[in-house]
Design a protein around this ligand. Structure first.
Ligand code: KDO
Length: 335
């Protein structure tokens, strides 16, 4: 064989080895269970970071078995469209809100109502108990997604571009308060006394900066993580909604898993929620000082006046008509 022939045959063998390696790694990747995550959360918020906890936890309990792909900032699916994407098989995981669920499971709107859930501990007890079990069963049947754990998003507060005196809902009259874009969210904004304006989370910073909106509502940790404090002057501690989101998986992905895989995925979701909940509760307690240092006014309104007005608005609404009889009382009695 000539030197050039030897070189050519060596090169051919080398390319074949590289090709086989590439095919093998593709095959390996294909054997992994693909878990695509989509969330509007910004990277510095706890419910964004919790997905890394989920991924790491799963990698430890089931090395090489899952391919978890995390997409933050609503980069894969627009805020609020995740449940549809999951039902269609285009997405496996997301953290869905009570508001997303209420669109398809009307009785779930009870958890979109202000001043129903008392605090993060009450929230966990409600969703880990019989009420949660009943509700999640209906969610799975009607939405084709399975909730795995309950994430405390924080207690929502009103955050204004210009400072003003706010004691009761009447003081928010005429304020263009940004809410996420669904009628359930807008109803909450109106119940607070404001003029609710729909806008996606990713557009809120600019809206506040340019003045197309007068304010927005979110829990303190999200106001910090999304830097809304840079473009607002006041936080009114209305504490109107102890907000929860739910780590949920598409039934298509869930039903394709064996029992051991399901158990590991559920455990990873619970670890992620716990990480979020602990850190968020801790940070929430410290943030009033931080915002004051940033030059914001942090004021306390007449919370009872807000509570009465918001509760009456919900009780008299069509939403309350579909709440199962006795559910409010059962939620209140959960301790
Ligand atoms: C928001 O848009 O105000 C909201 O807080 C609504 C939540 O349900 C959730 O979608 C959240 O945004 C995002 O995860 C961003 O923090």
């Amino acid at each position: 064989m000539t030197t050039s022939l030897i070189r050519r045959s060596l090169l051919a063998t080398a390319s074949a080895v590289v090709l086989m390696g590439a095919l093998l790694s593709t095959a390996q990747a294909q054997n992994k269970v693909l878990l695509r995550v989509s969330t509007p959360a910004v990277p510095d918020d706890w419910h964004a970071k919790m997905w890394t906890v989920f991924k790491d936890n799963l990698e430890k309990s089931a090395p090489g078995e899952f391919d978890v792909q995390i997409n933050l900032n609503a980069s894969l699916f627009k805020q609020g469209t995740e449940p549809t994407a999951m039902a269609r098989g285009n997405l496996e995981l997301s953290s869905i809100s009570a508001f997303d669920i209420a669109k398809l499971v009307p009785e779930f709107s009870i958890f979109t109502a202000g001043y129903i859930v008392r605090d993060p501990d009450h929230q966990q007890k409600v969703f880990k108990g019989p009420i949660g079990a009943e509700m999640f069963k209906t969610v799975s049947e009607k939405m084709d997604v399975t909730p795995l754990s309950t994430v405390y998003l924080g207690t929502r507060q009103v955050n204004l571009r210009e400072a003003r005196t706010v004691k009761t809902p009447a003081d928010l009259k005429g304020i263009k308060l940004r809410m996420p874009g669904s009628k359930e969210w807008l109803f909450l904004g109106e119940a607070l006394g404001a003029t609710a304006t729909p806008l996606a989370f990713g557009e809120v910073y600019l809206g506040l900066k340019t003045g197309t909106i007068d304010g927005q509502d979110n829990p303190l940790p999200s106001i910090r993580a999304a830097k809304f404090y840079e473009v607002t002057k006041q936080i009114v501690l209305t504490s109107h909604l102890v907000d929860g989101i739910f780590i949920a998986i598409s039934n298509k992905a869930w039903n394709a898993m064996n029992p051991a895989q399901k158990q590991k995925v559920k455990a990873a979701a619970e670890a992620a929620s716990s990480y979020n909940n602990e850190n968020r509760i801790k940070e929430e307690a410290q943030l009033v000082d931080f915002f004051k240092q940033q030059g914001l006014q942090v004021t306390t309104p007449d919370v009872d006046a807000f509570r009465k007005s918001v509760q009456t608005t919900y009780q008299n609404s069509d939403y309350a008509k579909v709440w199962p009889k006795g559910l409010v009382e059962r939620i209140n009695a959960t301790k």
